[in-house]
Design a protein around this ligand. Structure first.
Ligand SMILES: Nc1ncnc2c1ncn2[C@@H]1O[C@H](COP(=O)(O)OP(=O)(O)OP(=O)(O)O)[C@@H](O)[C@H]1O
Ligand SMILES: [Mg+2]
Length: 238
């Protein structure tokens, strides 16, 4: 199975999640599953928000979407690809070519410079070009700091590197798990404004978990997660 990437990337792909169930501890049959029959659909290029208490299952859902973990039952389709049915190596390939990630604690490689972090997704996809990385470096306003290591950058700068890295290979899907959770309010706003601009330009589909009402306003629809279930919220606004 091949997943083609182009410099600008394909437009975002739709996501269809059906009746997803996940338990971490299969022996505890009596317990409620961590995800208990989650169904939701996200349009191509849409930016949706997952909100809910700590432990409600947001990161679990993102991990299943990323294919780093598998559901016990239910299906995930991204575009026309049944991601939940792929083998581990196919899921890894899909993730590497089609997805970008942004995390609360940035998750940059500490022994790589900002530039090396940003070009990494291109290299992992066998690409030797650097144009997209150079453009994104400018867009996140880090030109001149590309030779610094993550430890030599502020939190906001590290998250800007992470945004560039998440988008450089033209992914169809961005998964963001509390991307402003460790930043102060102003810096968080800068990051989300930048993500918003990049979203408008490149139109990836974004699924973002956040505890912040402010951050949730950047998305187009909000899904409320409670005890492993999505609450009915047809209007998508609290
Ligand atoms: N690897 C794991 N093994 C066992 N239980 C886990 C594992 N990961 C998460 N859980 C449990 O699953 C539930 C949901 O966790 P999850 O991390 O998805 O919540 P969350 O909504 O992301 O919370 P937060 O807002 O604190 O990040 C919690 O009860 C958690 O303890
Ligand atoms: Mg979480």
């Amino acid at each position: 199975m091949t997943f083609v990437t182009e410099e600008t990337g394909p437009a975002g792909l739709p996501i269809r999640i059906t009746s997803l169930t996940k338990r971490y501890l299969p022996e505890e049959r009596g317990d409620r599953p961590v995800l208990n029959g989650v169904s939701l659909s996200v349009d191509a290029g849409e930016w949706v928000i997952l909100m809910g208490d700590s432990g409600s299952g947001k990161s679990t859902l993102l991990n299943l979407l990323a294919g780093v973990d598998r559901p016990d039952s239910g299906t995930i389709e991204i575009g026309n690809v049944p991601v939940s049915d792929l083998s581990e190596s196919e899921r890894t390939l899909f993730r590497r070519t089609r997805m970008g990630f942004v995390f609360q604690f940035f998750n940059l490689f500490p022994t790589l410079t900002a530039w090396e972090n940003i070009v990494l997704p291109l290299r992992l996809n066998g690409r030797h070009d650097s144009g997209p990385a150079r453009r994104l470096l400018e867009e996140v306003e880090l030109a001149g700091k590309e030779h610094r290591y993550p430890s030599e950058l502020s939190g906001g700068e590290q998250q800007r590197v992470a945004l560039a890295r998440a988008l450089v290979h033209g992914p169809s899907i961005i998964l963001a798990d509390e991307p402003t959770g460790s930043l102060d309010h102003r810096t968080g706003h800068v990051i989300l404004t930048l993500l918003s601009k990049l979203h408008q330009e490149r139109q990836p589909t974004i699924v973002m978990a956040t505890h912040s009402q402010d951050a949730s306003r950047y998305g187009q629809r909000i899904f409320h997660v409670r005890d492993g279930e999505i609450l009915d919220n047809p209007a998508g606004r609290p």
